[in-house]
Every structure is written in structure tokens, then in C-alpha cells.
Design a protein. Structure first.
Length: 298
């Protein structure tokens, strides 16, 4: 069975922007698109809500899917789109949908935004538990924003794609992260910007210029060695290596500027309670205005 690109809809601007991005990504990947709206108060199939206080939410639920479906069918007539309302809590619905998805896409609110239930606390909780890649998209992000501006500086979908930026951790396994990033760049015919945040190891004190240069050179060699097999697997992808000294969260927020997509790993943790997104993913969700894909890895 072909695994679809799934997007969670709640009627917020973030979720509609996520649906539009998800449609383009589904086309690039040759996958169907599945739109999901979840609400516990949905009546049984084929029946209408009898209580007045439930009629308005039921109408809203139907309108959310209908509006998104009409927009996307008009913009992407070549794409197969399915839409479904499910009677579940939103977070549980997203987790269930992600199990059979190639990619889950949800809206991501800004640091001061309100958003809907798929773009606030539910989004964060979902990211912390989903075992598949999750893309988070901000309200207002449009197709032209994935591309470089034209010669006059205006947005244009006719220009080449912007870089795909990927966070590379040379201290652990990141094959799943690199696989997603290289494929995303290949599908877009875009350059890949491999970003690595390095620092002087603890216990070295403050190194002199020579020692500092040696440590940086070591980081460069480790990054190049890690990327080499992927360069061979994706020979058509132009890879640009970018090393920055500093904390990963700060480095990646800056490195995302000018990119069309940022791919970052989310280490799986087995904590029984609490958020498991980690400080880097948490910072990116709140401070990067580009679509961010979080790829779980061990």
C-alpha cells in the first residue's frame, strides 16, 4: 500500500499552510495526500448532532475539511486527495495516522501565535512521540517561499529551489536524517547545506590559535567523512558543508536563514512522561520561520 503524506487540519491559518505545503511535497514524492480533522464530539456516521451546542462545532468540522479540499483540488488537480473526519482526540488521531504515513505535516505556531489545537501544545506532544518524520509549517509560508527570488527580488515559483539545510551530528547515528535530507534536496534539484555545530571539548580549557585550528580541522574531516557515502548515493546533489562554532540550537536557527527547508534529527528517548523533543528541536519549532522536518533516530 502506498503510504500517504498526512496533514492534520484544525481550521487555523497554520494548518491550511501545512496542507498547502503537504500537497506540494506529496506531488514531489509521488504520494497521495490525506487530510485529517479530529474531534471527539463528532456524532455517529450518518447522523446529525441533536444538541444545539454541538451543531456549530459539527458544522465547523465539516467546513474545515471542505474548504481545504476545495482549495487543494483547485491548486493541484493532478494530486489524489482523501479527506476524513475522525472521532478522536487530536493528539491521538495524529499519532494513529502517522503510523501509516510516509510523512506527517502539521501547522507550527510562532512564539506569540495562538493557532489551533494542531499547532500548539498538541503539535509539541505529537512531535515528541511520533516515530515517523514530522514537518512543521508556519502560517503564511507559500510555494514561492521555497524558491529563490527572481532578478528583481520578487518571490517566484519559476526560480530554482532554495537550499535544503540539514543538521549533522557527527557524534551519533544520523542515517535516517541524512537520507531524508538528501532525498528532499534531490527531489527539488536543490543544493544541500550540511550544518554542523562544533565546540571545544570540555576539559580543553581555552585553546590557543593553533589548537583551535586543529580542533576545527578535525571537525571538518569528521563531517566530510560522514557525508561521503551520501554524496556517492546522491551524486546529483550539490553539497555545501557549513561548520559553526557554538551551541546547536543557536547555530541552526541562524543557519536556517535563506533555506527552503530545515531537516533535523530528534533523538528517541524512552522517558515515561514529559516532552521528548529536546532543546534543539524545541528552539527550532519556535524560532525558525521555514518548514522544519524532525526525523526521529536512535
Amino acid at each position: 500500500m502506498t503510504r500517504p503524506v498526512v496533514v492534520g487540519l484544525d481550521g487555523s491559518r497554520e494548518s491550511f499552510a501545512a496542507a498547502d505545503w503537504a500537497a506540494r511535497e506529496a506531488l514531489r514524492r509521488g504520494r497521495p495526500l490525506r487530510l485529517v480533522h479530529a474531534w471527539e464530539g463528532l456524532p455517529d456516521e450518518g447522523t446529525e448532532a441533536t444538541l444545539p451546542e454541538l451543531r456549530a462545532p459539527q458544522y465547523h468540522a465539516r467546513r474545515v475539511l471542505r474548504t481545504a479540499l476545495e482549495r487543494l483540488n483547485a491548486r493541484y488537480p493532478q494530486l489524489y486527495i482523501a479527506a476524513e473526519q475522525v472521532r478522536m482526540q487530536p493528539g491521538a488521531a495524529l499519532l494513529a495516522e502517522a503510523e501509516n504515513a510516509e510523512l506527517l505535516v502539521i501547522g507550527s505556531q510562532g512564539p506569540s501565535g495562538v493557532g489551533g489545537y494542531f499547532s500548539g501544545s498538541v503539535a509539541l506532544a505529537t512531535v515528541a512521540h511520533v516515530e515517523q518524520p514530522v514537518a512543521l509549517v508556519r502560517a503564511g509560508f507559500a510555494a514561492a517561499d521555497e524558491h529563490l527570488p527572481d532578478s528583481s527580488g520578487k518571490p517566484s515559483v519559476r526560480e530554482p529551489y532554495r537550499d535544503v539545510a540539514v543538521a549533522v551530528d557527527t557524534d551519533g547515528s544520523c542515517d535516517d536524517v541524512l537520507e531524508f535530507a538528501f532525498r528532499a534536496a534531490d527531489l527539488r534539484e536543490a543544493p544541500l547545506r550540511a550544518v554542523h555545530a562544533w565546540h571545544v571539548p570540555l576539559g580543553h580549557g581555552i585553546p590557543g590559535d593553533e589548537e583551535h585550528a586543529r580542533l576545527r580541522g578535525e571537525a571538518e574531516r569528521e563531517l566530510a567523512a560522514l557525508l561521503q557515502p551520501w554524496r556517492e548515493k546522491y551524486p546529483s546533489v550539490l553539497v555545501r558543508e557549513a561548520l559553526f562554532e557554538g551551541r546547536p540550537a543557536h547555530v541552526l536557527v541562524r543557519a536556517a536563514n535563506g533555506a527552503g527547508l530545515l531537516v533535523v534529527g530528534r533523538r528517541r528517548r524512552r522517558a515515561a512522561v514529559g516532552s521528548r523533543t529536546g532543546p534543539v528541536a524545541h528552539a527550532l519549532i519556535h524560532h525558525v520561520d521555514r518548514p522544519v522536518v524532525l526525523v526521529p533516530h536512535d
